[in-house]
Design a protein around this ligand. Structure first.
Ligand SMILES: *[C@@H]1O[C@H](CO)[C@@H](O)[C@H](O)[C@H]1NC(C)=O
Ligand SMILES: *[C@@H]1O[C@H](CO)[C@@H](O)[C@H](O)[C@H]1NC(C)=O
Length: 202
């Protein structure tokens, strides 16, 4: 006869395996059915200032009806391998829920097969690094069923560099400290002169 704890455990195991098989979507199982291009100015891009011009469309080599279940496109900014090295908190995992490659949400929009454009000003919290853009395709249940990205499978081509705002911020902060100190000193200087003038005119 099975004891109560054994039944409880068995139920728990069955429930867990059911829910995880439902939630576990592997990146390697997604069809790469979108083409994604990103235009930007040459050189290192500045967070908080520069813009990415993102375009995406259905790859025409896929048969008609491929996209019948496509509902939503989620655009994300993702770390290139060089910016993931020795950083476990940016690690790529095949299990999408655990993947830390694409940490920056760019946009979420209803799916259309063509004429998709989005200009994204790189947000101020993006750190210095090398990046690419990925578009996830979601179905009506909000599950990933396809994707596209502006780089190849090995993530070598068309990457771009972003410089964080923090480094530049530090210089700005130093400048403002120097200016405030200067303002305080000149204010005291001004009062001193005023007082002396007042005394002199008595
Ligand atoms: C479209 O998909 C095919 C097959 O996966 C691929 O060979 C091709 O490079 C993709 N891109 C374009 C622009 O057709
Ligand atoms: C994005 O920016 C480019 C260049 O400034 C401009 O030509 C284009 O119209 C913009 N597109 C959208 C969708 O705002």
């Amino acid at each position: 006869m099975a004891s109560t704890p054994a039944i409880f455990l068995a139920t728990l195991v069955i429930c867990c395996s059911l829910s995880s098989s439902h939630a576990e979507i592997l990146f390697s199982s997604l069809k790469k059915s979108l083409e994604v291009t990103v235009k930007h100015r040459a050189g290192v891009l500045m967070a908080g200032e520069d813009t990415l011009e993102i375009d995406w469309f259905l790859n025409k080599t896929f048969p008609a009806g491929t996209d019948s279940a496509y509902k939503t496109i989620k655009l994300k900014l993702c770390y290139a391998p060089i910016s993931q090295k020795d950083r476990a908190w940016r690690k790529t995992e095949d299990h999408i829920k655990k993947d830390k490659t694409c940490q920056f949400q760019v946009d979420s929009t209803p799916y259309k097969s063509s004429n998709n454009k989005f200009n994204w000003t790189i947000e101020r919290d993006v750190p210095t690094g090398t990046f690419f853009v990925r578009a996830y395709i979601l179905n009506g249940d909000g599950h990933e069923i396809g994707y596209g990205q502006n780089t190849d499978d090995k993530k070598v081509n068309n990457l771009f560099d972003i410089q964080a705002i923090s480094g530049r911020h530090a210089t700005l902060d130093i400048c403002s400290v120097v200016f405030s100190a200067f303002a305080v000193v000149s204010l005291f200087g001004f009062f001193y002169m005023e007082k002396r003038n007042a005394k002199a005119s008595k």
